[in-house]
Design a protein around this ligand. Structure first.
Ligand SMILES: [Mg+2]
Length: 392
């Protein structure tokens, strides 16, 4: 039997303003038989330059249809090296691969988890990232005091999260004048201490450093963070750009070192784990090659390094749901309970209405709706009320 081609009949974009300077941008890809797949575009230029690139790639795929999402890169004549080096291209390709996988699983009448080789799963455990709830909203900057961090952390625990993450080092930026723990990191350390005090001893605490440190300061900071029993030390430096530096930090660390949220393709994540650069890699469905590539990354890495993959997902509801399907597909049941998936809660209270059926997150889990593909689609009424829709 010849494999059936995926014929693109339509491509549409939508965006919804979230808060502050942040919008969610979506792409929908339809075949000629009414099956529509959904994905998100993110990063600078998502609604302009990246959307145009996505439309251009989609047109090339329309003229030369792939049989499967995994063929998108070769049909477009792109190389993994190009995609590793160009975030905008990686984002466009990832979105098309996810959207085509969603549409193809709808066509096949199975959930995206099953389409990607997993077993249908009702829910996936999440960890609660405080960051988005504390970024500027439409009224301007929010309180970033230790007390505000403590309040947000208590809220996360009340929402059911057993793991909480925050990024508290607003003031720090390498290089630093002094050796050891930089003065500029003190405010962040105080925020972490306040969060630990607020959540008690039973909730795990993850810390994201947004690549603000160098080796010496990162080693000193890690020692300080042990006092707050931090379990996860994320991106003290950019591990993809500086694997040698990240590896030196990891060799001195007692907590898990995590990172690589901007990587494309299984090879880069494999280099991180096989090279001893980090303990946990964080593929993002929006950049890593999409849901299919995320499952490949998870399966391959988890097979020789259990609990080495936790998807990065400070995302809108479409990518959140795609990430839940991917996590379910690579993690259950072969490798047991996966690491929790990220969720940046508290960004907008109307967020569930973006999808139909509405996104359901509660008790520290995301619930995967029944039905083929993602199990949910963009709600046209919410897009009409809060955003705009266009084609290119
Ligand atoms: Mg991060």
């Amino acid at each position: 039997m010849t494999a059936e081609k995926f014929n693109i009949a339509g491509v549409n974009f939508s965006s919804i303003h979230v808060r502050g300077s942040h919008d969610w941008v979506f792409v929908e890809v339809s075949d000629g038989d009414g099956h529509t797949g959904l994905a998100e575009l993110a990063g600078p230029g998502a609604a302009t330059e990246i959307a145009r690139l996505t439309a251009e790639y989609a047109e090339r795929l329309r003229l030369s249809p792939p049989t499967d999402e995994s063929e998108v890169v070769s049909v477009l004549g792109l190389t993994v090296a190009q995609l590793e080096g160009d975030r905008k291209m990686a984002t466009a390709v990832s979105a098309l691969r996810t959207a085509i996988a969603d549409a193809q699983s709808r066509r096949a009448g199975v959930s995206l988890t099953e389409f990607l080789g997993g077993e249908k799963t009702d829910s996936v455990k999440l960890y609660g990232n405080l960051n988005r709830s504390m970024l500027p909203d439409d009224d301007g900057p929010r309180d970033r005091s230790p007390e505000a961090f403590a309040t947000a952390a208590r809220r996360a625990v009340s929402l059911g999260y057993e793991v909480v993450k925050c990024a508290p080092f607003d003031e720090a930026r390498a290089p630093f004048e002094e050796p050891g723990l930089p003065e500029a990191a003190r405010a962040g350390v105080d925020r972490i201490a306040a969060v630990r005090e607020a959540i008690g001893d039973d909730v795990a605490l993850f810390v994201d450093c947004h690549s603000r440190f160098d080796v010496d300061s990162a080693v000193a900071l890690e020692i300080t963070l042990r006092e707050s029993n931090v379990a996860w030390y994320e991106e003290a430096v950019d591990g993809i750009e500086h694997p040698d530096l990240m590896k030196r930090i990891r060799e001195r660390a007692t907590m898990d070192v995590a990172g690589a949220e901007t990587g494309y393709g299984v090879a880069v994540f494999r280099r991180m784990i096989e090279g001893g650069v980090m303990d946990v890699v964080m593929p993002d469905v929006k950049f890593c090659g999409g849901a299919g590539e995320a499952v490949k990354i998870g399966r391959i890495l988890e097979s020789f390094a259990p609990r080495s993959v936790s998807m990065h997902s400070p995302s809108g509801p479409a990518s959140q749901l795609a990430s839940a399907h991917a996590t379910a597909a690579f993690a259950y049941p072969s490798t047991g309970e996966p690491r929790p998936l990220e969720h940046a809660w508290g960004e907008a209270e109307w967020r569930p209405s973006v999808l139909e059926p509405p996104e359901r997150i509660g008790g520290g889990s995301i619930y995967i709706p029944d039905g083929p593909g993602l199990g949910a689609r963009l709600d046209p009424a919410t897009v009409a009320r809060r955003g705009r829709r266009w084609s290119l």
